[in-house]
Each structure stands twice: as structure tokens, then as C-alpha cells.
Design a binder for this molecule. Structure first.
Ligand code: G4P
Ligand code: NA
Ligand code: NA
Length: 191
């Protein structure tokens, strides 16, 4: 997606050879027009997959999931929660996600009310690095006996293993920008 890649090149900031900061349009401030274009593209890539629900993880995934859902026919967005709260349902699907970026594990939770066995689920997320977030969401989808129909990712870090792991599992994955490398502050793309 050229609009996205241009935005990454003009407004993204490389940190070392591993991290891409996109706080000015995706992770902190949000460029709504860009997100809307991203939502349209995700719809085009998954419109034939009979999606009934979009699943993501708070926080950055929510805006993307919501803007994408508008293009489908009246499907809800469910976001996995990372923190327990008093009023969160007690009947939960849970899984454990290890974050390499943060070097710690966290629990993700979805109420059993909001995913069921007839659902065909599209996962939407901002980054794909080692794939742990997608695998954690897949575990929850499996617990609910629902179907994982695919995953839409805004930025895949192609030099990390997540993309291969997820594709090798036979999961349909659409990444709108795949980064080949980050070297001396210069980002190059694979796709
Ligand atoms: P993984 O899920 O693919 O294994 O990735 P990892 O544990 O490395 O990522 C943990 C968090 O960091 C995720 O956000 C992920 O989106 C984000 N992330 C990974 N690599 C990059 C990067 O190069 N740049 C940026 N900006 N983010 C990256 P999160 O913990 O879910 O946080 P939130 O932003 O959704 O609240
Ligand atoms: Na993030
Ligand atoms: Na994320």
C-alpha cells in the first residue's frame, strides 16, 4: 500500500535496526484519513472471507479494527483486554502473550459472551513482529471453537519470524507494508 509506505518513509522513525516508531500517525496521534484508507484495503482483501467479527488487542488495534469494520456488513469489533477489572466478566477466554519488545508476558482476556463457534474471525493489528499477539488471539479463537479466517496487519517486520510462523500455519495474512530491513535509519520494504 503505497500511501502507507510513503507515510512510513516521511513520518516514521527508525530506532536502531529493529524498531520503527510511528507515533505521529498510528500509535499515539492517529491519522484518521490514512486509517480510513487502511480500513478500505483490509475490506478489499477480506471481503470474500465471510467475516462475522473483527478481533484485536487493546490499545493500538482498536482504532484500526473499528475503521475497518465499517466497510463490512454490520460486524462488531471485539478487543482483548490486557488488564483485569472489577466489572470484567468472570467467564473468560484467556491466553498468555510474550512481548519481545517489552521482554515480559501479559495475559489477554475476552469474555465468552463475545465469541462463539459460528464466528469467522478477522484479526487486525498494527504490527507483526514475532507473531505472539496473533498466536495468543488464535488460542482464544480456538478455545471458543470459532474460525480464524485471517489476519490483517498494517506493518509487518519481515526480518522477524512472525510472518513465516503464521503463514506456515496456513493462516491467510495480509500485511500492507512489509519491512525488509532498518539500517542506519533507512527503512526498506519487501512488498
Ligand atoms: P509480536 O506480537 O509480533 O510477538 O510482537 P512484540 O511482542 O515484539 O510486540 C509487542 C508490542 O510492540 C505490540 O504492541 C506490537 O504492536 C508492538 N511492536 C512490535 N514491534 C514494533 C515496532 O517496530 N514499532 C512499534 N511502534 N511497535 C512495535 P502492544 O504491546 O500490543 O501495544 P499497543 O500499542 O497495541 O498498546
Ligand atoms: Na503497538
Ligand atoms: Na498492537
Amino acid at each position: 500500500m503505497n500511501l502507507l509506505k510513503d507515510k512510513i518513509l516521511t513520518d516514521g522513525h527508525a530506532i536502531g535496526s529493529n524498531i520503527l516508531k510511528v507515533d505521529s500517525f498510528l500509535n499515539h496521534q492517529i491519522d484518521v484519513k490514512l486509517l480510513d484508507e487502511i480500513g478500505k484495503v483490509f475490506y478489499e482483501r477480506f471481503k470474500e472471507d465471510r467475516i462475522t467479527k473483527i478481533l484485536t488487542i487493546e490499545a493500538s488495534g482498536i482504532a484500526l479494527a473499528v475503521i475497518t469494520a465499517q466497510y463490512f456488513d454490520n460486524i462488531p469489533v471485539v478487543f482483548a483486554k490486557k488488564t483485569e477489572s472489577l466489572n470484567l466478566d468472570k467467564d473468560l477466554y484467556t491466553s498468555e502473550v510474550y512481548s519481545f519488545t517489552k521482554n515480559k508476558s501479559y495475559k489477554i482476556m475476552v469474555s465468552k459472551k463475545y465469541i462463539n463457534s459460528t464466528d469467522r474471525i478477522l484479526i487486525i493489528d498494527d504490527f507483526l513482529a514475532n507473531g505472539k499477539a496473533i498466536l495468543g488471539l488464535k488460542e482464544i479463537i480456538d478455545q471458543a471453537n470459532a474460525t480464524l479466517a485471517g489476519a490483517g496487519i498494517v506493518i509487518e517486520k519481515g526480518f522477524q519470524e512472525g510472518g513465516d510462523i503464521i503463514r506456515d500455519m496456513g493462516i491467510k495474512i495480509e500485511s500492507l507494508a512489509i519491512i525488509d530491513s532498518i539500517e542506519d535509519g533507512v527503512v526498506t520494504f519487501k512488498n
